[in-house]
Design a protein around this ligand. Structure first.
Ligand SMILES: [Zn+2]
Length: 415
């Protein structure tokens, strides 16, 4: 009996205390969203980053006007996005046709995931400022699509007013909305809690323990795929792809088809943030056939493309790049996602942190917050995940963008 008590006192009890301390320590790290960025110093690009959707749109209009003064036959379009609460939401489009030979069309799209539109806008503006010149547009048309999801951009959500993720909602097949995702049902409870958000609850503080338990049952790639692939059954759930195309997707279809019509080759860069290593520009296409893959690799030669052979890869259905490819018909097509990493989602902890932020944001939207503090904190975390406030981050990712454009734009023109 005495030995038993001794074991309890000197071994088991300290062990339990140690485990609690370690978990508590990890939970503090897990729930904190601060990074000491020390990326190499670069030029100052911070003025390209907008303060709000409204200001971004004003800038985009100014950009379109100056393009119209510089080049012939520039066209601007505005797609009104219907809303129950806000009559002033638009997708804005500026089209600069190739001035001599209609060989290439370069499409640069932003804000498919609303809140990612901040960085997307900055990159579009930077592009127009640095690269939109007569030598580029001689044989290359440029189509800038701004804020594909304006409601999400304006109200700090990734999804539309209908809770739809546009990168799961853009059909390139007839049966998209009948897609079943059986893995999603298994993780439904983990990612869609049916109650108000209380940020400091034990279950949130130790979210990673619960999630790691789920990972133990499946595996992180399986879990990630189940969650991120998209689903078409739960309209209030995370990663909902809708039951039909959202109005702006329907409107973009004939417009993009018509504008792309004269060109032989179409090169798309769809701008995103949030996934991947913090401060790094990832090239992140959906899987494609070998021939197209080789062409894309040649165009981006010298850069590492995330082809999906790594463990942290996932594929989606209903993605915008695939939709554009479908809409333009039989052309040489070079679809690419630029993804600017923010939370190190290539690591297990970063990945869980990203999913946790998404869960809390959607949960709060659907079921409310326990306090205003919870609401502010969750919105702030979402904003930091998709539009980091760090100037060092902002400058560093734009510097990489410049390097990429410097190298690939001449290739765009050449072939
Ligand atoms: Zn995105």
């Amino acid at each position: 009996m005495k030995t038993l008590i001794r074991i309890l006192k000197y071994v088991i009890l300290p062990l339990v205390v140690l485990v609690i301390i370690v978990l508590w320590y990890i939970s503090i790290g897990f729930n904190k969203l601060e990074f000491k960025d020390d990326f190499p110093e670069s030029r100052d690009y911070t003025s390209y980053y907008p303060e709000s959707y409204t200001l971004a749109r004003e800038n985009f209009h100014a950009l379109s006007q100056s393009a119209a003064q510089m080049f012939e036959n520039v066209k601007v379009f505005q797609i009104e996005v219907p809303s129950d609460s806000d009559p002033n939401l638009t997708v804005d489009i500026c089209y600069i046709p190739a001035q001599e030979d209609s060989l290439n069309l370069l499409i640069l799209s932003s804000g498919v995931h609303g809140v990612e539109g901040y960085v997307g806008h900055a990159v579009q503006w930077f592009f127009a400022d640095y690269y939109l010149d007569p030598s580029l547009v001689q044989n290359t048309g440029v189509l800038l699509i701004h804020a594909v999801n304006p409601h999400g951009f304006k109200y700090t959500r990734r999804v539309t007013e209908n809770n739809v993720d546009l990168n799961r909602n853009s059909p390139s097949t007839d049966d998209l909305f009948a897609t079943k995702n059986p893995g999603y049902v298994q993780v439904f409870d983990l990612i869609n809690p049916q109650k108000k958000v209380r940020r400091s609850s034990l279950e949130n503080r130790f979210f990673f323990v619960k999630a790691i338990n789920e990972i133990r049952k499946a595996s992180l790639p399986v879990l990630r795929q189940a969650v991120l692939q998209g689903q078409y059954e739960f309209p209030r759930g995370l990663y909902f792809g809708g039951n039909q195309p959202e109005p702006q997707i329907d409107s973009l279809k004939p417009l993009v088809a018509q504008l792309a019509q004269p060109y032989n080759k179409v090169k798309l860069i769809d701008l995103h943030t949030g996934y991947g290593e913090r401060g790094r520009l990832h090239f992140f296409p959906n899987p494609m056939e070998d021939e197209q893959k080789q062409r894309l690799e040649a165009l981006y030669d010298g850069f590492v493309i995330d082809w999906g052979d790594s463990d942290d890869f996932y594929t989606v259905t209903g993605d915008f790049a695939g939709f554009v490819g479908h809409v333009i018909g039989e052309k040489e097509y070079y679809p690419m996602l630029f993804e600017y990493g923010t939370l190190n989602s290539q690591t297990t902890m970063g990945s869980l942190k990203s999913i946790h932020i998404m869960i809390l944001e959607n949960q709060g939207h659907q079921h409310g917050f326990a306090s205003q503090k919870d609401s502010i904190r969750v919105k702030n975390d979402l904003m930091e995940m998709y539009n980091p406030s760090s100037e060092n981050w902002r400058n560093y990712i734009m510097d990489q963008t410049r390097e990429v454009f410097d190298i690939i734009l001449p290739r765009f023109i050449e072939n």
